[in-house]
Design a protein around this ligand. Structure first.
Ligand code: GRF
Length: 201
């Protein structure tokens, strides 16, 4: 199965996915990595592994609709089956979501529905939670509102900083995201209303 990863930044989740493909924990292929930032380190990680990369410049495709239409066309041309958001800092338009309905995943650094949107880790720390975590979910038209695929908690200690919590969350993300992707590839994810049930046997 051909996968595309959309990333804006550091790309540690992308790296975990690439590694999981190499280790055969994911029976798919990262066919393409797209970024909205030319200098995203994620692009470098992909190039280092010989994966096709595309920088799609938001300044060239003016407006969210034109931008997303350009990406959707590329994804269709490449016959991408699953679109994986990994630190992609743009909200997808409703038409993008419709084009790939049930075939877009995101990972978010909080236990959704708590602390959606930007700076999920900072929001949780400021709120004073004792437990946070990360969530892999399908993308719908809302902001981090789609059905939850996998979720795992991490503790928040008194001495924690935003960075220390995020590092703890990242370690879990790198395990959780490849697992969710593989469940999708194996056809083991099933939606019952909002609930996403995973047949892990
Ligand atoms: C991750 O913490 C993810 O939950 C959030 O953005 C961060 C991306 O990190 N959506 P990286 O670029 O994969 O290192």
């Amino acid at each position: 199965m051909d996968l595309a990863v959309l990333a804006s930044g550091y790309g540690s989740n992308l790296q975990a996915i690439i590694d999981a493909v190499q280790n055969r924990e994911i029976n798919g292929r990262v066919a393409l990595v797209i970024s909205d930032r030319k200098d995203a380190y994620a692009l470098q990680r992909a190039r280092d592994r010989g994966i096709e990369t595309l920088f799609i410049d938001p300044h060239v495709h003016e407006g969210r609709d034109a931008y997303d239409t350009a990406i959707v066309e590329i994804l269709h041309n490449r016959k991408i089956r699953l679109v994986i958001l990994a630190g992609f800092m743009r909200l997808l338009t409703a038409s993008f979501v419709q084009e790939f309905k049930g075939r877009i995943m995101n990972i978010h650094p909080s236990l959704l529905p708590a602390f959606p949107g930007l700076d999920g880790v900072k929001q949780a720390l400021t709120y004073g939670v004792k437990v946070s975590g990360c969530t892999v979910h399908f993308v719908d038209e809302g902001l981090d509102t789609g059905p939850i695929i996998l979720q795992e908690a991490v503790p928040v200690y008194d001495h924690d900083t935003e960075d220390s919590i995020h590092a703890r969350i990242h370690r879990v993300e790198h395990r959780l995201y490849p697992r969710a992707i593989q469940l999708f590839i194996e056809g083991k994810l099933r939606l019952e209303g909002r609930r996403c049930l995973a047949d892990e046997n």
